[in-house]
Design a protein around this ligand. Structure first.
Ligand code: TPP
Ligand code: MG
Length: 218
């Protein structure tokens, strides 16, 4: 099948990084891998936003600009066998794990490409075996937390030394699924890690209008 979606041209990566700051527990190669994923996500999303404004992409487009470091820094700490799920603004985590940008762009155009062969739209990506990204396959806010607790329960029952990581937004702390998932994981002492990205908005609604206790999160 010929590729008819737009190509992305990346700016050159910096090549003049001389040394790793000694206080950071990362090698130069690790830092470059993280930077590459963040830079790629930023460039990709700039292109995506332009295509959306031109009316070439239908459906909702959510951008993670400014949140790239949270995704990459967190996912970089996963080890073999760990699983994770992402939400709308964690594109850089996919790239860090090796998801190909051309496949992600193809999804936005509904093309038959891996990993899900056109069955999902841009937001939802899962491939347990290739990338360790677990499927939750619905857009209901925080539904990924109980799903992640389920994977974490499997790790515990199998005595497997792995964790399940879920990203979530501050707006997605309101639904019952969020509390059910956290409570289940806590009471059973499951290896579930939840990263809540506090960007002060639930979509376009200020979180202060969404929850009376929001000031405590900041
Ligand atoms: C149960 C449920 N209610 C409402 C929605 C609609 N919805 C999708 S994302 C969102 C806000 C998400 O806010 P947050 O988690 O902070 O993510 P951010 O927009 O900051 O990335 C809402 C209300 C939904 N998907 N599921
Ligand atoms: Mg938010």
């Amino acid at each position: 099948m010929s590729q008819t979606w737009p190509k992305i041209t990346l700016p050159d990566y910096p090549t003049d990084i001389q040394a790793t700051p000694s206080e950071l527990p990362f090698t130069r190669d690790e830092l470059l891998k993280m930077y590459s994923a963040m830079r790629l996500a930023r460039t990709f999303e700039e292109k995506l936003a332009a295509l959306y404004r031109q009316g070439k992409i239908f459906g909702a487009v959510y951008l993670g600009m400014g949140q790239e470091a949270t995704s990459v820094g967190t996912v970089s700490q996963l080890t073999d066998g760990d699983l994770f799920s992402t939400v709308a603004r964690n594109l850089s985590a996919w790239f860090y794990r090796g998801v190909k940008p051309e496949h992600v762009m193809a999804r936005w155009f509904g093309k038959d490409q891996p990993p899900s062969n056109g069955r999902e739209l841009g937001l939802f990506l899962a491939d347990l075996n290739e990338y360790g990204i677990f499927p939750y396959h619905n857009g209901s806010m925080a539904s990924w937390i109980p799903a992640g607790a389920g994977y974490a329960l499997a790790f515990k029952l199998r005595r497997q030394p792995n964790v399940c990581l879920c990203f979530t937004g501050d707006g997605a702390t309101s639904p019952g699924d969020f509390y059910e998932g956290l409570n289940f994981a806590s009471i059973h002492k499951l290896p579930l890690v939840v990263i809540c990205e506090v960007n002060q908005f639930a979509y376009s609604t200020s979180c202060e209008k969404q929850m009376p206790c929001f000031w405590r999160l900041r």
